[in-house]
Design a protein around this ligand. Structure first.
Ligand SMILES: CC(=O)[C@@H](O)[C@H](O)COP(=O)(O)O
Ligand SMILES: NCC(=O)COP(=O)(O)O
Length: 238
C-alpha cells in the first residue's frame, strides 16, 4: 500500500500572509487525517517562510498518523527533530534561499556526513529517508549511508509527464526503484506530484511506500475542496 502524506507547507504560507492563525494548522492537520490521509509532512525552512519551528512542535502533539519532517540537517534542524522525534525525518539538501527543493543529495560525496546524521536519528527511533534524484548511483550511495528509505525527487517526472513524454518521464524512476528494492531500501517519492500524474507514477514504481504531496494538492483543493481532493488521491493510490 502506498501511503499519502499531505505536506501542509502551503497552508502555513496562507496563514502567514495575514499574520493571524487562519487557516489553523492544527485543525487542518486533524481534518486531513480524518479525511483518510495516512501522514502529515512539513518542511520547516530556516527562514520560516511557511512552517515555523514552533509549528513542528505543536503538530507533534496532535498528529496521529505518520509525522514526517523534511529539511536540510543543519544543527538547528537536527536538534529540533531529535526533540520532537517524528515518525520520519527526510533529509533534503536545500540551500537556505532556495525557492523550493531543487535537487537530491550527492550521496557519494556526502556519504560520511549523511551516515553520521542518519545514525543519530536512528538511535533515537526516528525512521530516516534521503531525498535523491532518480540516479542508480545515488541510490547505491544512499544504501551506504544506512538510511531506511530514499525519497525519489519527482520534479523531472512531473515536467516530462506534463509534456506527454510518459515513457521518458518514468524510466529513470523505474530503474532507481529496482535498484532500491534490490538494496532493501524503502521507497518514498515527492515533489510536483498531482492528480494528473500520480496514478501513472504509482503504477510504475514497485513497492512505493509513501508519497508526500503538498503544493498541487492545496492548489487543487481551492477548486475541488480539501476532503474531496484527499479522497481523489487515495483512490488513485489504491
Ligand atoms: C522536499 C520537497 O520536495 C518538499 O518539501 C518541497 O520542497 C516543498 O517545499 P516548499 O513547500 O517550500 O516548496
Ligand atoms: N517531499 C515532497 C513534499 O513534501 C511535497 O512536495 P510538493 O508536492 O509541495 O511539490
Amino acid at each position: 500500500m502506498t501511503k499519502l502524506s499531505v505536506n501542509i507547507n502551503k497552508l502555513a504560507t496562507l496563514r502567514n500572509s495575514r499574520g493571524g492563525n487562519m487557516p489553523n494548522l492544527i485543525k487542518s492537520a486533524n481534518d486531513i487525517e480524518s479525511f483518510g490521509a495516512q501522514g502529515i509532512t512539513i518542511h520547516p525552512r530556516p527562514d520560516e517562510r511557511h512552517i515555523r519551528y514552533q509549528d513542528a512542535y505543536d503538530l507533534k502533539e496532535v498528529v496521529t498518523t505518520e509525522y514526517n519532517i523534511e529539511g536540510n540537517p543543519i544543527p538547528k534542524f537536527v536538534d529540533m527533530v531529535l526533540a520532537i522525534k517524528p515518525t520520519q525525518v527526510t533529509l533534503v539538501p536545500d540551500a537556505e534561499d532556495a525557492v523550493t527543493s531543487n535537487a537530491g543529495w550527492d550521496t557519494i560525496k556526502h556519504k560520511d556526513f549523511l551516515a553520521d546524521v542518519i545514525k543519530t536519528f536512528k538511535e533515537n527511533g526516528i525512521r530516516t529517508s534521503i531525498f535523491v534524484d532518480p540516479d542508480v548511483e545515488m541510490v547505491k550511495g544512499a544504501a551506504e549511508t544506512g538510511t531506511d528509505r530514499i525519497e525519489l525527487y519527482t520534479e523531472s517526472f512531473a515536467q516530462e509527464f506534463s509534456k506527454g513524454k510518459e515513457k521518458e518521464s518514468i524510466q529513470p524512476f523505474m530503474d532507481a526503484a529496482v535498484m532500491a528494492n534490490e538494496l532493501g531500501l524503502g521507497i518514498n517519492a515527492g515533489h510536483d506530484l498531482n492528480l494528473d500524474n500520480i496514478q501513472f507514477f504509482k503504477s510504475h514504481i514497485p513497492n512505493l511506500l509513501e508519497v508526500s504531496i503538498g503544493h498541487a494538492l492545496i492548489c487543487e483543493s481551492i477548486y475541488l475542496g480539501l476532503e474531496n481532493v484527499v479522497n481523489m488521491y487515495l483512490h488513485r493510490l489504491k
